[in-house]
Design a protein around this ligand. Structure first.
Ligand SMILES: [Zn+2]
Length: 129
């Protein structure tokens, strides 16, 4: 009597185990879609017209500018790598004209020393005592 019950329970257990689907681990592969949104097509926008500039001492300086509408710099060196990469024509003109007529800033590569032209704080105060 007792043995029979045990055997029955044992059989029940086996059948239960057999019912369980063996591959419950069906891993849902969420395909990681590589959104190749590479933002390397940075469209260069020229900066707005310089608000402040002072040409004291460099009024006669000649500079080069690239006539590409995306460019907003002037160059002191005709062989500046930035200028050479210019896809348009370039012009040689005076520094004041490059800034006032063409809204150009100093090139960081070849004309970093002329940054003071646009620096309002570098105005030299004349102590008129
Ligand atoms: Zn340059």
């Amino acid at each position: 009597m007792f043995k029979k019950t045990l055997a029955g329970m044992f059989g029940l257990l086996i059948s239960l185990a057999g019912c369980q689907s063996p591959d419950n681990a069906q891993t849902e592969q969420t395909a990681v879609q590589e959104t190749s949104a590479i933002a390397d097509t940075v469209k260069r926008e020229p900066r707005p017209k310089p608000e402040f500039y002072s040409f004291k001492g460099v009024e006669k300086k000649r500079v080069y500018i690239c006539m590409d509408p995306a460019e907003d710099t002037f160059h002191q060196k005709h062989d500046c790598p930035v200028l050479i990469s210019c896809a348009s024509t370039f012009r040689n003109l005076s520094l004041p004209r490059a800034v006032e007529a063409f809204d150009r800033y100093n090139c960081e590569t070849c004309s970093a020393d002329l940054a003071y032209v646009f620096d309002e704080n570098s105005v030299q105060f004349e102590t008129g005592l």
